[in-house]
Design a binder for this molecule. Structure first.
Ligand SMILES: NC(=O)c1ccc[n+]([C@@H]2O[C@H](COP(=O)([O-])OP(=O)(O)OC[C@H]3O[C@@H](n4cnc5c(N)ncnc54)[C@H](O)[C@@H]3O)[C@@H](O)[C@H]2O)c1
Ligand SMILES: [Zn+2]
Length: 692
């Protein structure tokens, strides 16, 4: 049975996408929209009034029909008669399920009551920076009158829920001239008789607030510039960010490992360069969406950008200890003093503390480091704090920034409904939060390895000689939140450092290094030139030494352990003719595994190797002459070389790039936590290369 989208829902989706795609209108995944309309009830054949409302989760900018909850309006509104009062308003969320029309669609969110109860065919609830600036200004109520007259009504702070819906509905009824309201400490809600009218009212509130702020704001809302806190020049601040990024990720990952995102936008740098930023940052954020994403407040470094890296790192470590104590204090104070939340009439304890590490770390002159369970979450946390800065600028420009009080922040952060959402999240993949760097990963074994690590949840940086090919391989594996490509010649020390810095800037740090870059010249002793020897050794022995060295600096700074995996070779053990330079440098790599396993173990870093053999498919080494050469040596056709190698093995199986990738995952995945200094042969069985 094909079903056409109801015109009211279609208009709603188009309006939501327009509103949600402009960050001035709402933050990522913030706000929700609705429409009311009529459809024929398939049970009775009679018309039935429905409410389409953006469901829990999801983003307005990319909303589709599946992101809408569809409720029967009569049943939803009938809930007013059984509403047990504000103390038990959370129970109404479960009751929404009994109002659903048909199946499918998204779960109704906490804001469903506001949309259903407000008597208007179209309703928008948004989190615009300009509107929240008014909503969090100490004189917010007076400013609302001053800016909007009687067209927009002030609603004092109340936690989102059924009661807020009732409040807004009665305010609309009492103010028939109003087109919307400012929700204290929170955001805006607007309505209209048509979809276009609701959209126009939303935009009018947002733009009018922004224009008023632009016209009436005092000149330096964040105060005069702070001596020594100006932004460093771009190249310098990015180098500084890379130098301290690993330490900060370690600080943010004490309770659980985090992926990072770095933002050095003007908004962030200007805030940090002004005298009032410490006071404002300490006041914390306000809009309900923010608490789980950014925590109540950030960790702010209190040193100028001219401080040395050593002093900066030392101070950050001290501040991290203080931050954790402060957060624990906030939890203890509020979890005890407010006692408990009520669920289903019975009293339940607050959810356990979710960790005391900062999610936002601000470094004057350099920028903002934000953290999350994956790259997207880390990036959005940074976007949210940027929203918070914009809000504070607007509020301070007109009045004084006055976010909701601590107890209310806590009630939002540890809300039973939010906790339930977190409990419903799928279990993370085995390599979630791990940041991998694979060299020579534009093709062959390296690309297969990067693909496998990404499939297991890792963020991956693909490094290779050609930027274009590295980026193409990254794009094949996933978007920029999963994989990025960088150019690096591993035999060049400066290029290797730049590659590791790029990894820290892209994902916050580094956990898992795969020394895979290589090439092979198959030549006899007499044919091998000194230049051949140098090339083989520069890329493989020296290259992996340089990569391991630069990476180990990050691993040690982070204090989160880590893995280094060398793709060496059967030829590091096996001796055959025409392979002097290649096999000698492979043996060098193999011994680096043992040497570094012994040296880096005290930092929790495991170092292991994989010994492949005969990987013909997908291998650039074989395609670029080595395959033809080997085929000629063995007297077979080049296309049959893989099968030929297979016949030489004990298992008689052809070895594919994926088989090597599997071994890398096994070494650095959740199972082999107690193994270091090992080489795994992945050669389908070659007795002459058995390890002993
Ligand atoms: N294919 C096999 O049978 C086999 C067997 C044993 C070991 N290995 C090893 O596996 C690794 C990957 O080989 P492959 O078969 O996938 O070959 P491949 O040629 O497909 O991949 C090697 C990659 O390394 C890159 N590279 C070369 N020099 C570099 C440099 N200086 N800096 C950065 N990147 C550089 C190349 O551009 C290429 O993308 C190599 O170390 C190789 O020695 C391969
Ligand atoms: Zn909201």
């Amino acid at each position: 049975m094909s079903k056409t989208v109801n015109p009211a829902a279609a208009e709603l989706i188009a309006r939501s996408n327009r509103l949600g795609s402009d960050p001035r209108n709402t933050n990522y995944a913030g706000g929700n929209t609705s429409a009311k309309g009529t459809e024929t009830d398939p049970v009775t054949g009679e018309p039935v009034e429905l409410l389409w409302v953006k469901g829990s989760g999801g983003d307005l900018g990319t909303l589709t029909e599946s992101g809408l909850a569809v409720l029967r309006l009569d049943r939803m509104r009938a809930l007013v008669d059984v509403y047990p009062g504000v103390d038990r308003e959370d129970e109404m969320v479960a009751a929404f399920d009994y109002c659903l029309h048909g199946k499918g669609g998204a779960a109704p969110s906490i804001d469903t009551a506001m949309h259903g109860l407000v008597d208007a065919p179209h309703v928008d609830h948004l989190h615009p920076d300009s509107g929240i600036a008014i909503a969090t200004a100490a004189e917010g109520e007076a400013l609302t009158k001053e800016i909007f007259g009687d067209r927009v009504v002030w609603v004092p702070w109340r936690r989102p829920g059924f009661q807020l819906g009732l409040d807004i509905a009665s305010i609309k009824e009492a103010n028939p001239q109003a087109v919307g309201c400012i929700l204290g400490g929170h955001g805006i809600t607007a309505w209209g008789d048509t979809s276009d009218e609701a959209e126009a009212h939303s935009l009018w509130i947002i733009e009018t607030a922004a224009a008023y702020i632009a016209e009436h704001s005092k000149p330096e809302p964040f105060g005069p510039p702070l001596e020594g806190y100006a932004a460093l020049p771009e190249a310098e601040r990015r180098a500084r960010a890379a130098a301290i990024g690993a330490t900060i990720r370690g600080i943010a990952s004490q309770d659980r490992p985090m992926v990072g995102h770095f933002t050095d936008s003007d908004v962030v740098l200007d805030f940090l360069a002004s005298s009032e930023h410490p006071r404002l940052a300490a006041l914390g954020t306000s809009c309900p969406d923010h608490f789980l994403r950014t925590k109540v407040k950030p960790l702010v470094l209190d040193l100028p950008a001219s401080a040395s890296v050593e002093d900066t790192v030392a101070r950050l470590q001290e501040l991290a200890v203080a931050y954790r104590e402060d957060y624990q204090g906030y939890y203890d104070r509020n979890a005890v003093s407010t006692g408990s939340t009520t669920e289903g009439g019975s009293t339940t304890a607050w959810p356990a503390i979710r960790g005391a590490d900062p999610l936002i770390v601000l470094v004057p002159g350099v920028g903002m480091f934000s953290y999350g369970k994956d790259k997207q979450t880390a990036r959005v946390a940074g976007e949210f704090y940027t929203n918070a800065i914009n809000v504070m600028r607007g509020a301070e420009g007109l009045s004084t920034y006055a976010p909701i009080d601590e107890a209310e922040k806590f009630r939002i952060e540890y809300w039973a409904l939010e906790e339930a959402k977190l409990q419903r999240m799928p279990a993370p993949k085995p390599l979630a939060t791990r940041i991998a760097l694979v060299t020579g990963a534009a093709g062959g074994i390296g690309k297969a390895t990067a693909r496998r690590l990404a499939a297991e949840g890792a963020c991956v940086v693909i490094a290779d000689l050609s930027l274009e090919k590295a980026q193409a391989a990254a794009a094949e594996i996933g978007g920029p939140d999963v994989a990025v490509g960088v150019a690096a010649d591993v035999s060049d020390e400066a290029a290797v450092q730049a590659m590791v810095d790029a990894t820290v800037l892209a994902f916050g740090g580094l956990d898992l290094v795969v020394n895979n870059a290589g090439l092979s010249l198959s030549k006899s002793l007499m044919d091998t030139t000194a230049a051949d020897w140098d090339l083989q050794h520069n890329v493989m022995a020296k290259g992996s030494f340089l990569v391991s060295k630069a990476a180990a600096r990050v691993l040690i700074d982070q204090q989160m352990g880590g893995d280094i995996v060398y793709i060496s070779s059967k030829n590091s053990i096996f001796a055959g003719p025409n392979n002097i330079a290649y096999s000698a440098t492979k043996a060098d790599q193999a011994h680096q595994v043992r040497l570094l396993a012994a040296e880096l173990g005290e930092h929790g870093v495991k170092v292991n190797g994989v010994n492949p053999d005969g990987v013909v498919q997908g291998s650039g080494i074989f395609a670029s002459g080595w395959g033809a050469n080997r085929a000629a040596v063995y007297g077979v056709e080049e296309k049959d070389l893989g099968k030929f190698y297979a016949q030489r093995t004990i298992l008689k199986r052809e070895v594919l790039p994926e088989n090597i990738a599997n071994a890398v995952f096994a070494l650095c995945g959740p199972d082999m936590t107690h193994t270091t200094g090992l080489h795994i042969p992945v050669d389908a069985g070659v007795a002459a290369a058995f390890l002993r």
